[in-house]
Design a protein around this ligand. Structure first.
Ligand SMILES: Nc1ncnc2c1ncn2[C@@H]1O[C@H](COP(=O)(O)OP(=O)(O)OP(=O)(O)O)[C@@H](O)[C@H]1O
Ligand SMILES: [Mg+2]
Length: 250
């Protein structure tokens, strides 16, 4: 179980000064549940995932994983505890091959298991095992390598950040199936950040993240109409519709 208590995050990119990206998030992710996180671009979904993974340190609040305070823990320590994050924009590693990356993720996998993993994400092992994880991989190829690497890790809290983005239609169904299947097989907690209706349909609960807050949460039947209504405008309306107000819609 993962609990976030009063988590806020302020980031400063240097140009426009500090800005609050997450605002007092209180959230419990129960064991063995499948969550979809959705919401408008810039709402704070990736920032939230990065706070959970330890890439960003919250400005306020704390995180508990299975009752243990992990707020001060490094990315490595969190990964050792079974928290795994598949990046929206995966980093590339010059000089490292796809097979090396998967071996690093899980040293216990044998060659056959690595082949199967690549097959599962729609990559032909013969073509990709020796490819370098550098800029020569296309966006969609890189995304599939990232998902294969995450699946190799076998965590108890798996976070996939827009796994469907940039992936072709032929592979999309297979990828969705893989992510649902790993959840059912391993009985882990899965958090998929997504704009895909398919993931919303299969999730136990949907969180709508907007303006750095959990704007709404519920079933697909409750949340889907809000998404279709354009949540960004709804959120803005709630703040009085002042587009110049930086706290209004970020
Ligand atoms: N390093 C940073 N420095 C300053 N602001 C940042 C930084 N990273 C993200 N932001 C801002 O924080 C807000 C939330 O960004 P985030 O990437 O979490 O959104 P998102 O919900 O994942 O959006 P998308 O659906 O486009 O992926 C955005 O306004 C973004 O510009
Ligand atoms: Mg994002």
């Amino acid at each position: 179980m993962l609990q976030l208590e009063g988590v806020s995050l302020t980031l400063d990119d240097g140009d426009q000064g500090p800005r609050e990206v997450l605002n007092n998030i209180n959230l419990t992710l129960e064991d063995e549940r499948f969550y979809a996180f959705t919401g408008p671009n810039g709402g704070g979904k990736t920032s939230l995932a990065k706070v959970i993974m330890g890439i960003y340190q919250p400005t306020e609040g704390r995180l508990l994983h299975n009752g243990v305070d992990i707020t001060g823990m490094s990315i490595t320590e969190r990964a050792q505890r079974g928290i795994i994050y598949a990046f929206q924009n995966p980093p590339r590693f010059k000089g490292i091959r796809v097979s090396d990356l998967i071996h690093i993720a899980n040293t216990e996998l044998d060659e056959k298991e690595i082949h199967l993993l690549l097959h599962d994400v729609g990559l032909c092992p013969e073509d990709y095992l020796d490819r370098e994880v550098n800029n020569s991989l296309s966006g969609g190829e890189m995304r599939r390598v990232e998902i294969a690497t995450s699946l190799a890790r076998n965590g108890n809290l798996m976070i996939f950040d827009e796994p469907e983005a940039g992936v072709d239609l032929w592979t999309f169904q297979q990828l969705v199936f893989m992510i649902i299947q790993q959840h059912e097989r391993r009985k882990n907690t899965t958090m998929v950040i997504t704009h895909s209706e398919r993931f919303l349909t299969v999730s136990d609960e949907i969180m709508l993240i907007a303006g750095g807050e959990i704007a709404e949460r519920g079933s697909k039947d409750q949340i889907w109409p809000l998404i279709k209504d354009d949540i960004t405008c709804r959120w803005r309306d709630r703040c009085g519709g002042d587009a110049n107000d930086p706290n209004c819609y970020r």
